[in-house]
Design a protein around this ligand. Structure first.
Ligand code: SAM
Length: 252
């Protein structure tokens, strides 16, 4: 994803801005991960990092009855989430703000839960766990999803794709070791099901790409970029046995 290319950024957000989610995930997985946190206060303080359009933030608000601070550095997502929280009558418990996850400024050991679906990789998995961990109370919980290899020896085509997109991607056991190394005790982990990739992400993305192609048909530079988005979906259908998203829940 080359966001230094202004046209790529424009096309990317023309596709992503209105999707239900910014990455794989679903209600059932958010609920299952939350249930792995066994000793939370009644109204936990939750920080949702890289919240995107905030689907999981609102799901979490319903599941947790907590107070959620959600951060993302893309203003349209922040605005979307704040509007959706207001429409749902949740604005007293859910607030989104534009912030860079590398430069967050919250009190040390303030949150009961650090939540991040598909976003912490931006910081590097281990670096993210260490850097963001300071905002988590001792005994608080971390819940993150991370792209992982599910099988050894993936075919070259998918290996090359991830080498370009996320060269640091590793497997579940290495992620578990890294979480332990960063001072957390694993509470559980599970692989997101196929529908978490499709229902709120790739299926609506496919429809959106068709719409965006119509809009940009007179723009050859933009049209040249479309296969990149289409290919991501094709590769998922072809190789989803080999890679996936893993939900990790751990206690500090
Ligand atoms: C793969 S999306 C996941 C969004 C959401 N958690 C979900 O599952 O639908 C990653 C999100 O991280 C945000 N992001 C990327 N870099 C960031 C940064 N440095 N600080 C804050 N947010 C960032 C993006 O804007 C995007 O919304």
């Amino acid at each position: 994803m080359d966001f230094s290319n202004a046209k790529f950024k424009e096309v990317f957000f023309a596709i992503y801005n209105d999707l239900p989610r910014g990455g794989p995930g679903n209600y059932a997985s958010t609920e299952k991960a939350y249930a792995l946190m066994s000793a939370l206060p009644k109204n936990p303080k939750i920080l949702d990092i890289g919240c995107g359009p905030g689907k999981q933030t609102l799901d979490l608000a319903g599941i947790s009855k907590g107070e959620i601070m959600a951060v993302d550095n893309h203003q349209p997502f922040v605005d979307r989430l704040n509007a959706a929280a207001k429409a749902a009558g949740l604005e007293h418990r859910v607030r989104a703000q534009n912030a860079d996850m590398f430069k967050l400024d919250f009190p040390t050991e303030y949150f009961d839960v650090l939540w991040s679906e598909g976003a912490i990789y931006q910081m590097g998995f281990e670096n993210g766990l260490k850097t963001l961990g300071k905002f988590l109370k001792k005994g608080g919980y971390l819940a993150v999803t991370e792209a992982v290899w599910l099988k050894a020896d993936p075919p070259q085509e998918i290996k090359d794709n991830w080498a370009a997109e996320y060269p640091a991607m590793t497997d579940v056991s290495e992620c578990l070791a890294r979480i332990n190394n960063c001072g957390y005790r694993i509470q559980g982990n599970f692989t997101l099901p196929q529908e978490a990739w499709l229902d709120d992400f790739y299926t609506p993305m496919q429809e959106k790409i068709a719409e965006v192609k119509e809009r940009y048909q007179a723009d050859p530079e933009a049209m040249d970029m479309m296969p990149c988005f289409e290919n991501e979906i094709t590769l998922f259908h072809k190789y989803s046995d080999y890679f996936g998203y893993e939900f990790f829940v751990a206690q500090k």
